[in-house]
Structure formats: C-alpha cells, structure tokens
Design a protein around this ligand. Structure first.
Ligand SMILES: [Zn+2]
Ligand SMILES: [Zn+2]
Ligand SMILES: [Zn+2]
Length: 283
C-alpha cells in the first residue's frame, strides 16, 4: 500500500500570500477552508516525508499528525519552501525532539537529496551548535538510481527547475503500486520519460506541478503542460486513461482561487490537491 498525505499543497509564498493584495489572495482570505494552501510537502506511509515545509509546525498541529515517526526525509531540491533548515535542526536538537522509545544509536533521520541540498544542510548545521549532526544521516541521490526507505522504493528522476542543480521528482513504488510525485518542475526532460519507460512500472496516480494555473509554464508547469505530460505518460504506456492525475503546488499567479481552478481542472479529469488530502493506492 502507498498512502500519500499531502500536508501542504501551495507554492513558495503560500495562498494567500501574506504580503500580496491581488484579487485571488483577497478572495482566499475571505473564503478560507480548502482554498488556504500551505507550502508543499507530503508524508508517505506515515514515516517518509517528501520535503520539509516552512509550515511544518502548523501542518502537524492542524492536521493532527505527529511527525515523531518520520525516519526519512526525501528532498526534491534545495529551495527554502521545500527545505526548512530550522525545522530540520530542531529534529536534530536533543532538547527539542525527545524520542524516549528510540535507542540512541537509532535516533536519527535519514535524509536523501542532491549536492545542493547537502551543501545547504552542512552550512546550516555548521552555524548551529545545538543541532546534533549525529541525528542526521545524509545520502546523495542521483537521477535514475533508485533507493529504499523501508518498504518503499524511490526512483529519482530529473526535473526541469533550477539551472545547475539536479532537482528531482520521484516515482515511488511498494512493489505493487507506483505513485509519481512531480514538483517542482517545468516540462519534464525527455530523459525522465525514457527512465520511466525503462523502469517499467505501471503508475496508479500522478501528482504534477501546476503552480502556473492557466498561465504558460516556466520552471513550473501550468495546466497546458500538465495535459502534455499526461499525454506523454500515456504514449510511453506507464499510465492509462483512467489513471488519477493530481495538480499540486498551485499558486496565486494566474488570478484564480483554488476552488475555481479545481472546477477547470476537473473538466480535464484532473484533481487539484488541497492541504490534508490523502491518496491511497490501491484505491
Ligand atoms: Zn516550490
Ligand atoms: Zn496574491
Ligand atoms: Zn522550487
């Protein structure tokens, strides 16, 4: 089974963006509810965190989920909306994180990420005497080379997001089912489709970057790029026409609020994510 719990589904500035007075942010301040989007991260099977959002405190509290059982952090890239170093240091600070049932030599978090992620962590921990570096075991990941976090295999795949950094999306598999977690990225490079075709796993659900909404993509995708990506995944045979497609990391830039954009996406049989959404495979 793969259970993906979206703790946050927004872009870097969140929705409503605190310093923004655009019509979309104003409307979301009034409507609230599922229109509110904290910065993106997700928990898989209760113990793997994909990205560490600067909203992790609020997410944990509001969604009633303790993160004491998180033993792996899988990082897509080094941007601060996905890698909150202060929260990571708190996990590694003995006074802030007390795990009485975990023996001292097992009290660590495994962190998986690219060279830029490793450099940011090293720099932050170097400046923080209270963070215990023994509590963090880092492994550098390479696109195309799978790694395991217990029962789950993660295949990192090249994203198209920051020049000079090997940003990744992930195909997550439990041996029976596969889930594609795909943000932050613009249109994916051909090498990623080739790697997915070689991997040969049938993907049961796809989560794509749709920060741009109705606008054309750049280092993020809009709905048009999401349609193209779905078509390419169909072409290479890793999904079928019934595969669930989720749009994630949605932002205010196109001027639509989440409930408006969700209706538009639904016409294309795509689902806009929301904070607290849980996707379970098999359904
Ligand atoms: Zn982001
Ligand atoms: Zn705004
Ligand atoms: Zn980013």
């Amino acid at each position: 089974m793969i259970k993906v719990h979206y703790l946050g589904t927004g872009a870097a500035e969140g929705f409503p963006s605190p310093f923004c007075d655009c019509s979309a942010c104003r409307k979301v301040r009034q409507t609230g509810g599922k229109n509110i989007k904290t910065r993106s991260c997700a928990v898989v099977n209760g113990h793997v965190l994909i990205d560490l959002s600067p909203d992790i405190f609020t997410q944990s509290r509001q969604q009633g989920i303790s993160l004491a059982g998180i033993d792996n952090l899988v990082c897509t890239h080094s941007h601060s909306d996905h890698l909150d170093l202060f929260s990571l240091m708190l996990r590694c600070r003995d006074g802030a994180t007390v795990l009485p049932d975990v023996p001292d030599d097992k009290n660590y978090i495994s962190v998986w990420g690219n060279a830029a992620v490793e450099a940011r962590i090293s720099q932050a921990f170097g400046n923080e005497p209270h963070a215990n570096r023994q509590r963090l075991h880092f492994t550098q990941i390479t696109p195309g080379v799978p790694f395991r976090t217990g029962e789950l295999e993660f295949l990192p795949l090249a994203a198209n997001h920051i020049t000079g950094e090997k940003c990744c999306i992930f195909c997550i598999s439990d041996g029976q089912n596969a889930f594609l977690y795909g943000n932050d990225t613009g249109l994916l490079p051909e090498s990623t489709f080739e790697a997915l075709a070689r991997y040969g796993k049938k993907i049961a659900a796809v989560s794509l970057d749709c920060s741009r909404g109705t606008l054309p993509g750049d280092a993020h995708m809009g709905i048009s790029e999401c349609r193209q990506t779905r078509s390419r995944l169909l072409d290479i045979g890793v999904i079928d026409k019934n595969t669930a497609v989720y749009l994630n990391h949605f932002s205010h830039v196109c001027g639509m609020i989440p409930e408006e954009f969700a209706r538009l996406a639904y016409k294309d049989s795509m689902n806009l994510t929301y904070d607290g959404l849980i996707v379970t495979l098999p359904a």
